[in-house]
Design a protein around this ligand. Structure first.
Ligand SMILES: Nc1ncnc2c1ncn2[C@@H]1O[C@H](COP(=O)(O)OP(=O)(O)O)[C@@H](O)[C@H]1O
Ligand SMILES: N[C@@H](CC(=O)OP(=O)(O)O)C(=O)O
Length: 439
């Protein structure tokens, strides 16, 4: 059995957490390739090392003194090294980082040092070989991930390495410059390594007991999802369920490698298994609920809109010309509504409105802001009648006005638009009706 195991920042925030991780790895021979994140938060208002590095680098490039900030980061690692009784000095590494900050090596280089240093500590602790991600994970000149080159390099490099630590989150471009994935990207590294070595399983260890039906910040102690398909997960992680980076699904999915989300603080729990397909019946009609705030809607009206060939294309062309992607586009006979991210739209609002007027001469355009989108996802919805009806009635009972409802033709998800201020109450109402009361 060959397993790739990724440990998130919360699992590696302190020596105590490192010890739990060590026990987990040593308890299973198959856990041969380890992907660590940078040390995360030790307590709720602590600062992640990645954020300390961004801040320190910004101070350095603005020409201010940054030695003290760098020292604080070094202390985080020294505390871990001391707690693990290791004889390891990071003095040379920190001297090099300081020089590189002065030479403006880049924001991505700065952030990547969190995982790089944690990888060195982890390799020393486990007695595994350290493989720098800059040697095996590649980005092209435009900064896009180069899957083909990476897959080949990783497979070759790890071919004869029995046990290795590969730091998460970063790689290198052709010119040697360090480049990171977006935040939470160590999940992506784990998936890429799992694909390259043809792993049997990709374990992703975090601080919750699996993928939960909904965000634990909204519902206290939500149920754990036992089995979820890649497609369901993609919908949920795209809509804000942050436990797994949305791009982490693709590499393993291509190879049919399952992902197992596990809890470092409760290693005996089975967690969530993410698979290509399953005949296991889901426990509830819905598998999960996720959502995001901060959308705006642009409602366009024009008599006889439906008869005007190319109307939709012309409207969407205006958004494209302004570099704005749209999330949803429900339409009526003489109306169409476009949902966009408010932050992307706000600064270009007047340009977009003028563009729409010019392109399709509408009768009227209405804007609404501070909207939230909620995705109710589940493979079980296809076989169950009345799911949308139950959502409607749950929200009506909770006194929430539904702004929009959109069911994908795959019947795997229903998207609901509500006001930002109703977001949490709406999720609670949907959770209650499908999970708590199991109606
Ligand atoms: N549906 C969900 N299921 C599980 N966790 C979720 C969900 N939605 C949001 N979260 C949050 O994701 C966190 C885990 O992700 P993350 O902070 O990236 O962990 P790590 O540091 O281990 O990579 C959990 O602590 C939880 O608060
Ligand atoms: N350390 C990086 C990458 C990462 O994946 O971290 P975590 O596994 O703690 O989400 C970040 O904070 O974004």
């Amino acid at each position: 059995m060959k397993k790739v195991v990724k440990f998130g920042g919360s699992s590696l925030a302190s020596a105590e957490q490192f010890k739990k991780v060590g026990d987990i790895i040593r308890s299973d021979e198959g856990r041969r390739y380890v992907i660590p994140s940078a040390p995360g938060k030790r307590f709720s208002n602590d600062i992640k090392v990645t954020d300390m590095l961004y801040d320190c680098y910004e101070t350095a490039v603005s020409g201010k003194k940054f030695a003290q900030k760098l020292e604080k980061i070094k202390e985080r690692y020294e505390e871990i090294i001391k707690g693990l009784d290791l004889t390891l000095s990071l003095d040379d590494e920190f001297a090099r980082i300081q020089e590189s900050f002065l030479a403006k090596a880049g924001k991505d280089y700065a952030a990547s040092r969190g995982e790089y240093l944690n990888g060195i500590v982890m390799a020393a602790y486990l007695g595994y070989e350290f493989v720098d991600a800059a040697q095996v994970i590649f980005f092209d000149e435009e900064g896009n991930f180069d899957a083909v080159k990476t897959d080949k390099a990783l497979a070759e490099r790890l071919q004869d390495v029995e046990r290795a630590v590969v730091p998460g989150f970063y790689g290198a471009m052709e010119n040697g410059c360090i480049k990171t994935f977006s935040r939470g990207g160590s999940d992506v590294t784990g998936s890429i390594v799992a694909k390259a070595i043809r792993a049997d399983l990709y374990e992703n260890w975090t601080d919750v007991s699996g993928f939960l039906v909904t965000d634990p910040h909204i519902i206290e102690n939500p149920e754990v999802i036992e089995t979820i398909t890649y497609r369901e997960l993609r919908e949920l992680s795209y809509m804000g369920a942050t436990v797994l980076h949305e791009d982490a699904i693709f590499p393993v999915r291509k190879e049919g490698i399952p992902i197992n989300i596990r809890n470092t603080n409760a290693p005996d729990e089975k967690g969530t298994l993410i698979v290509e397909s399953t005949c296991r019946k889901p426990k509830y009609t819905i598998t999960g609920i996720a959502g995001k705030k901060g959308f705006a809607s642009i409602n366009i009206e024009k008599d006889m809109m439906n008869a005007e060939v190319g109307f939709g294309r012309k409207v969407l062309g205006v958004f494209e010309d302004n570099g704005i992607s749209f999330e949803h586009m429900p339409s009526g006979i003489d109306t169409m509504t476009v949902y966009v991210h408010q932050s992307e739209f706000e600064e270009k609002e007047q340009k977009v409105l003028a563009g729409i007027h010019r392109a399709v001469q509408p009768d009227s355009i209405d804007l609404e802001s501070d909207l939230a989108l909620i995705a109710v996802v589940g493979r079980g919805m296809r076989a169950t009648r009345g799911t949308a009806g139950r959502i409607f009635s749950a929200l009506a009972h909770a006194n929430i006005n539904i702004k929009m409802i959109d069911q994908g033709s795959s019947e795997l998800n229903i998207i609901i638009g509500v006001r930002n201020e109703d977001f949490e109450t709406a999720i609670k109402a949907i959770y209650d009706i499908f999970v708590t009361t199991q109606l």
